[in-house]
Write a protein that binds this ligand. Structure first.
Ligand SMILES: [Mg+2]
Length: 186
């Protein structure tokens, strides 16, 4: 019997549909000036420390407001034993409540074999890379190009779900949405 493929999924922008995903490129100039605004050691992703920053961050994550319709396709692949599915989210610890609320919705049928949150507040790309290795995933599906470019793992393919503004950037495993990515898992 053929062994099923192990596939990891990002949460925000992949499993949860985010209509504002295309805003990511607009955030780039802000990223450039961030080191001057916040006296935080230079790291790729900003960790909000004060209550007000965390509140804003939480509001931002509320824009991930519905499960992607292709979750049904994903469930079909799991039921047919074609894939083993995992969630790996870079969400920081203070987003735990919202994360767990979403898990009840998207994993009520136990589609996902394991769900992992970045509870130690590591840099999201480092957390994801660590989990991809630990779970020995064949494929990981991500919507953030900065993260896609940071993850280095020869034994896994990193699929990228693009958006209307980044559409012209070339990448080997680039897909328009979750459904299209799922159709190309082979
Ligand atoms: Mg994402």
């Amino acid at each position: 019997m053929k062994k099923s493929i192990k596939v990891g999924f990002d949460l925000d922008g992949v499993i949860l549909y985010n209509p504002f995903r295309f805003l990511r490129p607009l955030a780039i100039p802000l990223k450039e000036i961030k080191p001057y605004i916040f006296s935080q050691k230079k790291s790729l992703f900003y960790f909000p420390k004060t209550r007000i920053e965390q509140l804003l961050f939480r509001l931002l994550h509320m824009t991930s407001f519905m499960a992607d319709p292709a979750l049904k396709d994903l469930e079909g692949l799991v039921k047919a034993k074609k894939i083993e599915a995992y969630i790996i989210t870079g969400r920081y610890s203070f987003l735990k409540n919202d994360y767990e609320k979403w898990l009840k919705v998207i994993n009520k049928n136990k589609i996902f074999k394991g769900c992992y949150q970045n509870i130690d507040n590591s840099q999201p790309n480092e957390f994801k890379q660590k989990m991809i290795r630990k779970l020995n995933l064949d494929i990981y599906i991500e919507d953030n190009l900065d993260i896609v470019n940071k993850i280095q793992n020869k034994s896994s393919k990193i699929f990228w779900i693009t958006n209307i503004l980044d559409k012209n950037i070339s990448y080997k495993y680039k897909f328009n949405n979750l459904r299209e990515a799922l159709q190309n898992l082979k």
